[in-house]
Structures are given as C-alpha cells and as structure tokens.
Design a protein around this ligand. Structure first.
Ligand code: NCD
Ligand code: ZN
Ligand code: ZN
Length: 361
C-alpha cells in the first residue's frame, strides 16, 4: 500500500449543470463530487441552459459558481449555432476557452461546418478552442487548425481512427491536444446490454480494439489528458423512451486510474501527467500552493463503487459494483484540508475561479 500525492488534479471537461438544469446536478453537488473524487479544479462546459454563449449567461454562471462551488472552477464560452461572434470580445477575459460542438449531443449547440469556420477563426489569439468532434469531424477540425493555427483540444477521443488522425496532426506540428474519458477506457460496447441507457453517451461506447488503442495512446503520450466528461442526468431522463446522453463519472475517474496503476497498465508518473501536469499546461492554469490530492494505491481489500456513496445529485453511476484498489484519502486546496475520508470539509463558495491562476497573466 502506498500514497501517491498528485499536485492539484484538474478535470478540463465537466458538465456541472446548475441553473435551468439544476435537477440534474448543481454547482454545489457536482463540485462536491469532483472534490470527493480527488479533483481540486474543474472546467465547466457551456451547453447548459441558459447556454454560456452570451455575456449575461456567462456572468450569471460565474456568479453562481463563485457563491456555491466547493473546488476551484473555470468555464468555457460556447460558439452558438445562431451566431455569437460579436459577443466574443466580452467573453475572452472570463473563460478558459471556446467550445465548439461539431456533432449533435446534449443541448442545442451543434454547429454546422458552414458557420463553424468563422467562429473558430474569431477566437484566434484568445486562447484555446475545445471541440466535440467525432470521426470525420476530427478531420474537418484538423483542416481548420492547419489553416488558422489555433490551439485546439480534441475532447473525448474514442476510436483508433481518430487517434490515427491526431497522430498525423501532431507529426505535422499542429498545435493540438487530446483527451480520453473513463467510460471509454473502462467500458466497451459489450457492457451495453448490462447498462442499457445508463451506458449511453456521446461519443458512444466502442469496441475492445478501440479501447486497446486508447490505452496505448495514454502510455505513448499521443493522448495528453484524461478528462471525465462528467455529464449527469436524472434517473427519469435516463429511463425515458429517448434517454439523455451522458454519464456522471467525475467522482470515480481517479480511483479507476489508480486501479489501472495497480494493475500495471499505467505508470504513476503518467497518471500525474494525465490528470494534473498536462491539463494545467494545456489550459495555462497554475497549481496553487499547497494544493494536492493523496491517492492511496494498492488497497489490500478493494472498495466497491456504489452510487449510494457518491455526491452527484443524480444518484447513479455507470461503474456501480466496479472494484477499485485505489481510494482518494485527502485533498488540500491552498493549504486548506478540503476533503478527507469522503467528507467535504469546505463550505460552498470556497472554490476560486482558475482564471485568477492563469499562467502568464
Ligand atoms: C454531454 C452532456 O450531457 O452535456 N453528454 C455526453 O453524452 N457526453 C455532452 C457532450 O459532452 O457531448
Ligand atoms: Zn461532447
Ligand atoms: Zn462533454
């Protein structure tokens, strides 16, 4: 048994919900889940109504996070299919990047390639663009990166084909990075009969061969980060005739990765890079002093993941019953013990905006 101390793990891809979707999760419950899962900071996606695609909605989200987040937080601005170029200058300062949805998914922000290019180009010189792009859309975005040379992060990569395209892009010196998610790393389409709609997300679960390619890419450095894509939906919404896409996973990502270390599938150094060093470098966010997570590895008696022990409002997990040999023991944020033994030790509102921790500003 040993303790791995990880400097401030940062999850660059969560959907905390809140506001009009507070029935799925809110800033207090979902940042508590992040903290219990060992994250000291999370970056929140814009597809929750009112969408973070207008300065007013951005201001409201920032205000509510400021009042109620347990861990540090950042937010993305979203490119809106109806066009919101003119609002970009007001958003630059308060966000960690621009999100563009290049495939349909939860929410109403899917942007067709016609409008995509001008929004992509307009973010130039103002930081990073993150994209939801699957398969051929990865190729389409790579062309834009080649043309405009804007730093671009490819979210939730899930197939060997996508990895091959990204490898080629990196070889050609494009300023790109890519992330993979715990559900694609620890589940495949073979889990679908068991999970039903609780295994449905975008991009969908893939084959064992795709999963093997993801693990190779985690080890060889083609994949830069593990991001949770924490996407809670209520039980009713998941059990509906047309179930919502997305799975709540932020609280179980680090223990699953720690278990992979115990199984010899990942080194400790690589784990630290994937959940801390790389996301902080890519998004330009410094780790505050005395900010770390103690992850216990090699539990003699494995823990069993159970929704009953988790903090997300939605009350379910796609990893119910999974055995893990890693446990998040303690989290310190700016010299304050923020979580210990599964208990949140800080008040809602303790979390600070990561834009104040920007490197080089
Ligand atoms: C996400 C959500 O529910 O907001 N759903 C998902 O299946 N991943 C949106 C997204 O990341 O595409
Ligand atoms: Zn997505
Ligand atoms: Zn997402």
């Amino acid at each position: 048994m040993s303790i791995l101390r990880i400097p401030g793990p940062l999850d660059p891809h969560v959907h905390l919900r809140g506001m009009d979707w507070s029935h799925k999760g809110d800033f207090a419950t979902e940042t508590a889940a992040a903290l219990a899962g060992g994250y000291t900071a999370v970056l929140d996606m814009p597809n929750t109504p009112p969408e973070t695609a207008r300065p007013q909605a951005l201001a409201r989200k920032r205000r509510e996070l400021d009042r109620t987040a347990h861990c540090d937080w950042g937010v993305y601005y979203g490119a809106h299919p109806q066009g919101n170029l003119e609002t970009f200058p007001e958003a630059f300062q308060g966000v960690v990047g621009l999100k563009i949805y290049c495939n349909p998914t939860t929410g109403f922000m899917y942007m067709r390639s016609r409008t995509r290019e001008e929004h992509f180009a307009a973010w130039r010189d103002h930081g990073l663009v993150a994209v939801h792009a699957e398969e051929e859309e990865v190729a389409a975005v790579l062309e834009l990166v080649d043309r405009y040379r804007i730093r671009t992060h490819f979210c939730h990569i899930s197939t060997r084909t996508e990895l091959d395209m990204l490898r080629e892009g990196k070889r050609n010196g494009l300023p790109i990075s890519a992330g993979a998610c715990p559900h694609h790393l620890f589940l495949t389409e073979l889990d679908l009969p068991r999970l039903g709609s609780f295994g449905m997300m975008k991009p969908p679960l893939k084959t064992q061969a795709d999963q093997d390619a993801l693990w190779e890419a985690l080890s060889d450095g083609l994949l830069d980060v593990v991001e949770s894509d924490h996407a809670p939906h209520s039980l009713t919404e998941k059990q509906a005739d047309e179930p919502a896409w997305g799975v709540p996973v932020v609280e179980t990502t680090l223990v699953l990765l720690g278990t992979a270390v115990d199984e010899g599938r990942l080194t400790q150094d690589r784990l630290v890079q994937l959940v801390s060093t790389n996301p902080r470098r890519i998004f330009g966010i410094a780790c505050p002093p005395n900010t770390w997570t103690d992850l216990r590895l090699g539990l003699a008696e494995p823990d069993m993941i159970a929704a009953a022990n988790l903090h997300s409002k939605c009350g379910w997990t796609p990893f119910e019953g999974h055995r893990v040999t890693a446990r998040v023991e303690r989290v310190s944020i700016r010299d304050t013990l923020a979580m210990a033994g599964g208990r949140i030790k800080v008040e809602a509102g303790f979390g600070r905006p990561v834009v104040q921790q920007r490197i080089g500003t």
